[in-house]
Design a protein around this ligand. Structure first.
Ligand SMILES: Cc1cc2nc3c(=O)[nH]c(=O)nc-3n(C[C@H](O)[C@H](O)[C@H](O)COP(=O)(O)OP(=O)(O)OC[C@H]3O[C@@H](n4cnc5c(N)ncnc54)[C@H](O)[C@@H]3O)c2cc1C
Length: 509
């Protein structure tokens, strides 16, 4: 936690700093299980909880530590108000499917509420109205159209010119009775409950592939195998594609969050603006005191400006609008958007019915991750789920936004070529401490970070996913890939996939 009103030197998420989580061992042998879950975020943990409760033998692995992925770095609004989306969904998918999307979100909220009640979970759960607000004329008319979509779909809400939060707005669209919580306090109890039901957990265990004999077999980086009847990829980005072309059908977008104390009392409600740059606002409670969480400044991963600038922009917004009495935390994270903006939840391909994916939540994973866990668990338990067809990843052929699809792939090609041709020859000797540069070592593009003790860490900047060149993220001190969003620590270890292998180290001597 930071000590003053200045931007904290290192990123740290409030959620992770306010909960202590148990440790689990690394997998050191090959094992057999009924259901193997890869990924300990909201999707994997909820699925493991649901399946273990029904008597399934479940094993969960995580490449790092539980809840240290996007779920540990979220904003944690539980809402079906996923931006201005319902009119678009009615146009693309029809009224029934748009209505199902809303209902799925509200069912997920109900599930979270019921689970909290069942296990008496103290996780700061609070029902709040959600608002999309705007000060731009373009978006005023879009909010009016979206309101018509709410009416068509029977979504309780209203268009208003004022909100409980005291900032100037031209127009705001309210969705009634949404919610917020502390996601890690909630999920920690689900972990405890699932472990009581027999769930086995292994941390620092990276899945690299799935092989098929009679059943799927998950291969780990250390060469062990998890033989199972069902494999759930709850790894945010699917590590196993199965020919489903996932890298080409999604793109990653990063956002930043600051947690500050202000002299003002938070008036209730959860807020997000319609225009760019995004400003998303909610409150949280820290040791009985109020924290204001302000998020935004989205950009495609690895393609932004110096990342500390994004935090500064949020700081300036918070300072101007509310005043900052203490700057407590800052952190950032990324999520994936599919080409038609609906998540992919279900079998990885039509031919592999017992290998599942759950991805592409478009920064709305508290509801979408919960829906995914329910949908996949139902399939494994041979129960119907009303939303299977809506989220089926095999709807690929029907992606309506083909232009966007083509643009994103052109973008990948552009970054792959630009990274290779870029001329960089900075002198490592001139590098200041806690800074990084890109240089050439024996002709190879090399990223070098000098830590506070003047220790140098040099890595080959070729991303291990598809070979694009990673860029330095000064805010988080990571190497980020502009193509599909893989992220590496300054030592080259994978922090976020789709890459599964660390960057090669480079000898500077
Ligand atoms: C800035 C930001 C704000 C957000 N705010 C909200 C919000 O207000 N409301 C909302 O609903 N959603 C929000 N979201 C989205 C939501 O947080 C995510 O969609 C959700 O947390 C994703 O959960 P997950 O379980 O799919 O992935 P994760 O939480 O990322 O979990 C995946 C896990 O898999 C592990 N893993 C990855 N690859 C492997 C591998 N090969 N082998 C083993 N393990 C692996 C990772 O280590 C990780 O622990 C936000 C997202 C961002 C980026």
């Amino acid at each position: 936690m930071a000590e003053s009103g200045n931007i904290p030197q290192f990123p740290q998420a409030f959620w992770r700093d306010s909960v202590s989580l148990p440790d689990f061992p690394k997998l050191n042998e090959s094992i057999k299980t009924e259901v193997a879950v890869v990924g300990g975020g909201i999707t994997g943990i909820t699925a493991a909880y649901l399946l273990s409760k029904q008597g399934k033998k479940v094993t969960l692995i995580d490449a790092g530590y539980l809840l240290n992925g996007v779920t540990g770095h979220t904003t944690a609004k539980i809402t079906a108000q996923h931006g201005i989306i319902y009119d678009e969904f009615i146009q693309h998918f029809g009224q029934d499917k748009a209505s199902q999307y809303y209902q799925a979100g509200m069912d997920a909220k109900q599930f979270i509420e019921d689970t909290i009640e069942t296990h008496h979970i103290d996780c700061d759960y609070r029902e709040e109205d959600a608002y999309i607000f705007t000060n731009s004329n373009d978006y005023v008319s879009q909010l009016e159209t979206e309101m018509k979509a709410y009416e068509q779909l029977d979504i309780p809400g209203e268009l208003t010119s004022g909100m409980p939060l005291d900032i100037p707005v031209e127009s705001a669209l309210k969705m009634d009775k949404q919610a917020q919580f502390h996601p890690l306090k909630y999920l920690k109890v689900l972990v405890d409950e699932a472990v009581k039901n027999g769930l086995e957990i292994y941390e620092q265990t990276t899945a690299t592939d799935i092989e098929h004999n009679k059943h799927p077999s998950i291969v780990t980086r250390d060469g062990h195998r998890i033989n199972c009847n069902y494999a759930i990829q709850a790894s945010h980005f699917p590590f196993y594609d199965g020919g489903g072309f996932y890298p080409a059908r999604m793109y990653p977008e990063r956002s930043y969050i600051v947690a500050v104390k202000t002299p003002e009392q938070f008036p209730g409600g959860m807020y997000i603006n319609a225009e760019s740059p995004t400003r998303s606002i909610r409150s949280a409670t820290m040791d009985g005191e109020e924290l204001w969480l302000i998020a935004g400044e989205n950009h495609k991963t690895g393609q932004g400006k110096s990342t500390i600038k994004y935090y500064e922009a949020l700081q300036e917004f918070a300072e101007n609008k509310f005043g900052i009495s203490e700057f407590v935390y800052r952190w950032s994270a990324q999520d994936l958007t599919t080409m038609d903006k609906l998540p992919y939840i279900g079998p990885v391909t039509k031919d592999e019915e017992n290998v599942f994916v759950a991805t592409g939540y478009r920064k709305w994973g508290m509801t979408n991750g919960t829906i995914a866990a329910q949908l996949i668990s139902n399939r494994i338990l041979c129960k119907d789920n009303p939303y299977s067809e809506l989220y089926a990843p095999s709807r690929f052929q029907a992606d309506p936004d083909f232009r966007q699809f083509t643009k994103m792939n052109t973008d990948v090609a552009k970054h792959m070529i630009r990274g290779k041709l870029e001329y960089t020859n900075d002198n490592v000797k001139d590098l200041k401490s806690d800074n990084a540069t890109v240089t050439r070592v024996n002709g190879q593009r090399t990223g070098v970070y000098k830590d506070k003790n003047n220790e140098l860490y040099a890595v080959d900047t070729t991303c291990k996913h598809l070979g694009c060149e990673v860029n330095w993220n000064s805010g988080d001190r990571t190497w980020d890939c502009p193509c599909h969003g893989s992220r590496y620590s300054y030592t080259g270890e994978v922090i976020e996939g789709p890459a599964k292998e660390p960057l090669n180290k480079v000898d500077l001597d």
